[in-house]
Design a protein around this ligand. Structure first.
Ligand code: SF4
Length: 338
């Protein structure tokens, strides 16, 4: 009889993960603290921004800005065991692109990776937001702490156009999943695909109210995708969104404490400027946002350019520059009568 448990899986760690695990020689100033591993290739879905979309010509080993070479399973398991034992890797994130059809492989992969990792290692699985509650339950039971169901496109029209999906259905699933599996459901929002700051931040607030974990990405145009010629997000807008998003995530900023101008740009934050400045100058708001220990180095930007998401602590100068961009034109509590 065939031994099913001995079947090899096709793991594709990100190039940065391979380097952090010692499986590839790449110099990096920011190693990942999460091991990102893609499972499968070529998605059944056709999101316009994604390198793995059905009609993308980006190539099998790409996702976001990053390449994902196939790894030898035994070498991967061994090195992951070591890296989670010495604490250089604190989380494993499995990115699935095979849709619901990949469920069995995903569960098998989680169990296999979990078995070699140190006991404190956290596990996330990024899975299709067309999943059913049962699918999510199975992934969690196989050893994942969190399942991320990506919304990505932040208004219904963009959702339909870019993700070819009904946003109300994705929202309903996430809401039900967050109720069924409290504290174990996350989502990703992508800024800069044509939504307003208001749409993104109101959505982030309502997801926070539902207990959903939040991750923020900056739209990245990728060659071979339908959106390859769409512009990158304007940095000042991204910084504003990042700052408010971080405060929402921390529970400091509620929907009723924000105002927007007629174009949907954030114009007011109901917290004093000095308090926001005190928090922001530590740099936290401008770091990669997602599950704990998720730093996604260079997912959204080229090395040498101003980073949308900093994968590690910011210098005082970087934090001050990011903060100055974020707050330009913003009014804070107590300043209304200026
Ligand atoms: S936030 Fe990071 S670790 Fe969490 S699911 Fe998303 S990419 Fe993975």
């Amino acid at each position: 009889m065939a031994d099913d448990t001995a079947r090899k899986l096709r793991f594709r760690p990100s190039a940065g993960t391979m380097a952090a695990l010692g499986l590839k020689e790449i110099k990096s100033d920011s190693p990942p603290t999460t091991a990102y591993i893609m499972l499968g290739e070529k998605c059944v879905r056709d999101c316009s921004f994604c390198a793995q979309a059905a009609h993308s010509t980006s190539g099998a080993g790409r996702l976001s800005r990053v390449t994902w070479p196939e790894a030898d399973e035994d070498a991967l398991l061994e090195s992951l065991g070591k890296a989670t034992a010495d604490g250089s890797i604190r989380r494993v994130c499995i990115q699935t692109v095979g849709g619901r059809g990949a469920l069995d492989v995903v569960c098998e992969a989680v169990a296999k990776l979990r078995a070699v990792c140190g006991p404190g290692t956290a596990f996330s699985v990024s899975f299709s937001a067309t999943a059913g509650l049962d699918d999510i339950g199975r992934i969690l039971a196989s050893g994942a702490d969190r399942v991320a169901l990506a919304i990505d496109a932040c208004n219904p029209e963009l959702h339909k156009k870019i993700k070819k999906a009904d946003m109300a259905a994705s929202r309903a699933l996430i809401k039900r999943a967050a109720l069924s599996f409290p504290g174990r459901i996350s989502t990703h929002l992508i800024a800069g695909m044509g939504e307003t700051e208001e749409e993104l931040l109101r959505l982030a607030s309502s997801l926070k109210e539902e207990g959903v974990g939040l991750g923020l990405f900056a739209f990245t145009p990728l060659r071979g995708t339908a959106m390859e010629n769409y512009p990158v997000p304007e940095m000042a807008s991204y910084r504003r969104v990042q700052l408010a998003f971080w405060m929402i995530k921390k529970g400091l900023l509620k929907e009723g404490m924000m105002s927007f101008d007629g174009s949907g740009r954030l114009s007011y934050i109901g917290i004093s400027r000095s308090e926001v400045e005190r928090l922001a100058l530590e740099g936290e708001p401008f770091r990669t946002s997602g599950c704990e220990w998720c730093n996604r180095p260079y997912y959204n930007e080229r090395p040498g350019t101003e980073l949308y998401n900093y994968p590690g602590p910011l210098s005082g100068e970087e934090a001050a520059m990011a903060f100055a961009k974020a707050v330009k034109g913003l009014v804070f509590a107590g300043e209304e009568g200026r």
